[in-house]
Design a protein around this ligand. Structure first.
Ligand code: DC
Length: 228
């Protein structure tokens, strides 16, 4: 086949908050030598910027404009916003909750589309989020819908936050997580749903290594070859 006509492959990993998408996406990308897109970080960065600049959260166009103007660089573990590393700051629950609210805005989702698609570079991309398989990369040859029991996810998130020195309470997290899941699933635009043809993987009882293996096995099963 003419290599120029072969689209750059993408593996999409969508799922609810704290389902382990980020970790799995990074590990799969590492194994394949591909780039990775943490699309949730773009929504979180917009939320942080909105907070910092005192933008009216209810003004959908102003929020979209804030996203368009984001000056962001992903450098390893660092996420630089206007030159300042905010990788840690955007993980706060207040930022995640605001991100989930503004993620319902159509102008914002539109503003972030091209920015997300620009991550599709050779030899391949692993993209994680909510609408990677349904909206952003609908032609992806492998789409994963990663789920996990809400309690397992709240426990993971609690542990992660504590490890980062951010205070966390399991009961509050469970409540926040249920509310956020509900919002992400029921919004009118790009709701969290499994894409057509997506493979659903339940990671509740699986280790990170086991989950990564399931995804890599699906990929090799497609016959693109390990050297992609
Ligand atoms: O994956 P995350 O928790 O970092 O994402 C934060 C919020 O951003 C999430 O609640 C919903 C929104 N989001 C989205 O709407 N679409 C995406 N592709 C990624 C995240």
């Amino acid at each position: 086949m003419n290599a120029q006509l072969t689209p750059i492959p993408v593996i999409t990993i969508d799922g609810p908050t704290a389902s382990g998408k980020g970790t799995i996406a990074h590990r799969v990308a590492q194994a394949l030598g591909w780039a990775v897109l943490d699309s949730g970080a773009l929504y979180r960065l917009t939320a942080l910027s909105v907070q910092q600049q005192g933008v009216d959260v209810a003004d959908e166009n102003a929020v979209a404009l804030t996203a368009q103007r984001l000056d962001v660089q992903f450098q390893g573990d660092q996420i630089l916003m206007s030159g300042v590393d905010v990788a840690h700051l955007i993980r706060h629950e207040s930022v995640g909750n605001l991100a989930s609210k503004i993620a319902a805005y159509v102008p914002l989702r539109q503003a972030l589309l091209d920015r997300q698609r620009a991550f599709r570079v050779a030899p391949g991309l692993v993209a994680d989020g909510r609408d990677m398989g349904t909206v952003v990369f609908p032609d992806a040859p492998l789409k994963i819908f990663l789920v996990a029991d809400v309690r397992a996810r709240a426990e993971r998130r609690c542990k992660q936050l504590k490890e980062k020195g951010i205070s966390a309470n399991l009961t509050d997290l469970l409540e926040d997580m249920r509310a956020r899941d509900e919002r992400d699933r029921t919004r009118a635009t790009a709701p969290l749903v499994a894409a057509a043809g997506a493979k659903t993987v339940d990671s509740s009882g699986l280790s990170i290594d086991e989950t990564v293996k399931v995804v890599l096995d699906f990929w090799s099963g497609l016959g693109f070859g390990a050297a992609q």
